[in-house]
Design a protein around this ligand. Structure first.
Ligand code: SAM
Length: 212
């Protein structure tokens, strides 16, 4: 399925017959492969993705989960606009790839869903962020995911070339002690950064603040 989508680059939605150009909205092969490798390297079983889009990244994550071969594997995806902007194309591809049973979908904004997950004590091994790219959107995603992803876990961030994304990441590295494991410029349109959260959250005085 991944190979077919990367080759054909367009698709017709089964839901309403609309025509879709999948890229550059969808992640490139290089980014998808990097994401799949991180899922495998981290032995991830529970993953979460903000911004399903055309589901290209989700297919790579599912490929990684299948390789990790745990019967409890689950990929949680959050996207309020799948049925409108994307005519449910991602689910069409996920169904055709035969991985629908791995995917749990939440059709809401991440800023609503993530605090709820926190209240429900959910946790994840790895997160992928490609949702609302404005500073406040990315910042909230990172702050909540920092608490939802296991200590010392991976948060893979798309569109690191955008100042809004880079600045939100910069807060986490300068103020929260997260580290950057990888930055890639392999794909001209989408740079990505792979962040690792701290193993032990830093003790910060009430007025702690580092310019970022
Ligand atoms: C660039 S697309 C993601 C493409 C996807 N990674 C792929 O490979 O096909 C960005 C997605 O973020 C979603 N989005 C926008 N605002 C969001 C929010 N507040 N919470 C969650 N998803 C959001 C959009 O609906 C869109 O599906």
């Amino acid at each position: 399925m991944i190979e077919r989508l990367l080759r054909e680059r367009t698709a017709v939605a089964r839901s309403d017959g609309s025509f879709h150009t999948l890229f550059p909205v969808g992640v490139s092969a290089a980014e998808g492969e990097a994401l799949r490798e991180w899922v495998q390297r981290e032995d991830a079983i529970r993953t979460i993705e903000i911004g399903l889009g055309y589901g290209i990244a989700a297919l790579f994550v599912c490929e990684g989960l299948l390789a990790n071969d745990d019967p409890g594997a689950r990929h949680v995806v959050v996207d309020p606009y799948q049925s409108t902007r994307f005519a449910n194309c991602a689910f069409q591809f996920i169904d055709e790839a035969g991985v629908a049973e791995l995917v749990e979908y939440h059709p809401e904004e991440s800023e609503i869903v993530l605090p709820r997950f926190l209240a429900e004590s959910r946790s994840f091994d790895l997160a992928f962020v490609d949702g609302n790219h404005r500073f406040d959107g990315v910042f909230l995603d990172l702050i909540y995911l920092g608490r939802l992803v296991r200590a010392g876990g991976i948060i893979f961030v798309d569109d690191y070339q955008l100042p809004s994304v880079a600045r939100a990441v910069s807060f986490c590295t300068t103020n929260l002690g997260w580290t950057v494991e990888e930055v890639s410029t392999d794909d001209d349109l989408h740079h990505w950064a792979v962040l690792r959260t701290t193993h032990v959250p830093p003790q910060r005085p009430f007025d702690h603040y580092v310019e970022f």
